[in-house]
Design a protein around this ligand. Structure first.
Ligand code: 5GP
Length: 370
C-alpha cells in the first residue's frame, strides 16, 4: 500500500473546473505522493451528496482539495477551483512553470471565465433551468456566447503564441481550456438552422478557436486533458443525454403553422402587442366581442401545452401574465374580466398546433364550457 499523500484532489475527468487543477498538476509534474487524484464517488467520502463530503465542500461540487496538515489559517479543505489552483501555484512555486499568477491579463480572463462563463454554461448540458440567472436555455446560450466574445476581444490577433498571455502558460490557459472543450463539443449541437446569423452567434469566436486548436496541437498536457474530458463527454453521448436537452437532441420538428406566417409577416394580422417573447393579435374568427390570441414567438416543442417541460416555465408564465395585462388594458375593452382558454389537443378543439392562449371578453361566459 502506498504511503498517504500530502494532498488529495477529489475530481473526475469530466469535471470542468477540476480540469484546470489537473493541468497545473500535470504541467508542474507534481507527483502522486504530493497530490493524489481520487474520484469522490470511489472514495470513502461516499459521493458528492454524502454528509462527509458536504462537510468539506458545502456546495457538493468538484473539485475539492484536502491537505493532511491544516494551513496557517486552519484550513485543511479547499472546495473551490481557483483557490485550489492558486494554492498549488504557491505551494509548488519552484516546480515547473509559474502559470504567471500576477499577470493582469491572465487574472482578468480567469475571473471573467469564473464569473460570467462558468455560471451559465450548464445551459449546454443540464436537463433543467435555471442556468445561472437565466430561465431559458436560449437566453443562457446567447449570454454564454457573448461572454466568449468578451474574452476573445482581449486576445491579440497578431500573436502566433501557443498561450493566451505570451510565451508562457498562464492560469488563464488552464482555467479557460476545459470550458472550450465543452463549448467546442456542445455548441454545434444547438445550431439548428442554416441561418448564418445563428451559426455566427452560437460558436467559439475566431481568436479563441485558433488558440484552442494550437494549444492542443503544441502542448501535450492540454492535449491529454482534452482527451480526458472528451472521453468522459462521449460517455454522455452513449447515455443519450442530449435527447433530453431542448434544442440539442430534443428538437421541434413539427410542421410550421399559419401562426409562423403571421410571425414572419407573410400574412396580415391585427397585432395588439409585439413583445420580444410573444405576439398578441386579434382572432380572425372571434368567438366573443373581444378575442385576442397570444402565441410564443419561439414555439420550441410547444405545439401542444402537454409537451411543456421545465424549459418552458418562463414562457408559460410570461404568456399568462400577458393575458392578465390584456384583460386589464382599458383600451382593449375587457373591463378587467375575461375567459382565458388553451385548447390542448384535437378533442379539446385545438386546430393550430402552435401553443396559443385565447383571451376572450366583452360578454358573459357559461360554465362548464361546451
Ligand atoms: P384553436 O382551435 O387551435 O384553439 O384556435 C385557433 C384559433 O386561431 C382559432 O380561433 C382561429 O379562428 C384562429 N386563426 C386561425 N387562422 C388564423 C389566421 O390566419 N389569423 C388569425 N388572426 N387567427 C386565425
Amino acid at each position: 500500500m502506498s504511503a498517504a499523500s500530502k494532498h488529495t484532489l477529489y475530481d473526475v475527468p469530466v469535471s470542468n473546473n477540476g480540469a484546470r487543477v489537473r493541468i497545473i498538476l500535470y504541467k508542474k509534474g507534481i507527483p502522486e505522493n504530493e497530490v493524489k487524484i481520487v474520484s469522490p464517488f470511489e472514495s470513502s467520502l461516499g459521493g458528492l451528496k454524502s454528509p462527509e463530503y458536504l462537510a468539506l465542500n458545502p456546495q457538493g461540487k468538484m473539485p475539492l482539495l484536502t491537505t493532511s496538515s491544516a494551513s496557517a489559517d486552519g484550513i485543511s479543505a479547499i472546495p473551490e477551483s481557483d483557490t485550489i489552483a492558486r494554492y498549488l501555484l504557491s505551494e509548488y512555486e519552484g516546480l515547473g512553470p509559474s502559470f504567471l499568477p500576477n499577470n493582469v491579463k491572465s487574472n482578468l480572463i480567469a475571473r471573467l471565465h469564473d464569473m460570467y462563463l462558468t455560471t451559465v454554461q450548464g445551459c449546454m448540458y443540464k436537463a433543467t433551468p435555471p442556468f445561472g440567472p437565466f430561465q431559458t436555455r436560449k437566453d443562457a446560450l446567447l449570454e454564454y456566447c457573448k461572454q466568449l466574445r468578451v474574452i476573445d476581444d482581449l486576445l491579440d490577433s497578431s500573436s502566433a503564441s501557443t498561450y493566451l498571455c505570451g510565451d508562457e502558460v498562464s492560469l488563464a490557459d488552464a482555467t479557460l481550456f476545459p470550458s472550450l472543450v465543452f463549448a467546442n463539443y456542445m455548441l454545434p449541437m444547438f445550431v439548428i438552422s442554416s441561418n448564418k446569423e445563428e451559426q455566427d452567434t452560437l460558436c467559439v469566436p475566431t481568436k479563441l478557436n485558433t488558440w484552442y486548436q494550437n494549444i492542443i496541437k503544441n502542448d501535450d498536457v492540454f492535449s491529454r486533458v482534452h482527451n480526458e474530458i472528451t472521453k468522459a463527454l462521449d460517455s454522455w453521448n452513449d447515455n443519450k443525454r442530449w435527447d433530453k436537452i431542448l434544442h440539442a437532441g430534443l428538437r421541434d420538428n413539427a410542421p410550421t403553422t399559419i401562426f409562423d406566417k403571421i410571425l414572419n409577416g407573410d400574412i396580415p394580422a391585427t397585432i395588439v402587442k409585439d413583445h420580444p417573447k410573444y405576439l398578441a393579435f386579434r382572432d380572425i374568427n372571434p368567438a366573443a366581442p373581444n378575442h385576442i390570441l397570444i402565441i410564443p414567438k419561439d414555439r420550441a416543442l410547444l405545439t401542444h401545452l402537454h409537451y411543456a417541460t421545465s424549459d418552458h416555465v418562463e414562457i408559460l408564465g410570461t404568456l399568462l401574465q400577458a393575458a392578465g395585462e390584456i384583460v386589464n388594458d382599458p383600451e382593449l375593452g375587457y373591463g378587467g374580466t375575461g375567459r382565458i382558454v388553451i385548447n390542448d389537443g384535437g378533442s379539446a378543439g385545438q386546430e393550430v398546433f402552435h401553443l396559443h392562449l385565447h383571451v376572450l371578453g366583452g360578454r358573459s361566459f357559461s360554465w362548464p364550457p361546451g
